[in-house]
Design a protein around this ligand. Sequence first.
Ligand code: FES
Length: 235
Amino acid sequence: MKGTFTLDGSEVPFHEGQTVLEAARDAGRYIPHLCAHPEFEPHGSCRVCTVKAEGRMAAACTLPAREGLAVESATDELRELRRGLVQLLFVEGNHFCPSCEKSGDCQLQAVGYALEVRSLHFPQLFPDRPLDASHPDVLLDFNRCILCELCVRASAEVDHKSVFALGGRGIDKHLIVNAESGRLADTSLSVTDTAVGVCPVGVILKKGRGFTVPLGQRTYDRAPIDAPPEKAGKP
Ligand code: FES
């Protein structure tokens, strides 16, 4: 079955089973998002994709598209809400973009630019989460984690290794390595695992590759994340 819904007043076609975010993406319409990934089931945790559908807030990545649905996305209210969510993510971790190896390829940074985040607004928490450099090929910097669980999902569902998990609750929720020692070196992770390549920020980094692509020539340096699809940066 096919149908159409409206996104900010213009029609978007959809296929049976698509979410609003998937249909919008296929139609070349950008809705900011972080924890959604085309190869994984929607997760609905970051809420950066929040839209208003018939007067109610909903996550576009989990909202089923349906005939005649009226969806608002590009409104000042929603931009403000998304900006606040992104600012909270920035202050919860340590995201020092100028010195981050993922700068220019980082979706949090790219969405921050798209939402015109010009200040952090909230007090920074400056967490102190030790790096895990134990693995010969992969470095973990937990200070940049946005809890999207893409590595958790990829490691469990694609790599069938369950190397990563989330531990703790609420403000204490954090990424952990599934090994008795807690060290990445004591897992079966390989640098070719899907989980290694799926991180949208700079938590999971391949060693020995830093700055292979110079700053200024990276994914979102070439085109912003919200650019039209033929130009937009793709992770
Ligand atoms: Fe929809 Fe994260 S992208 S909740």
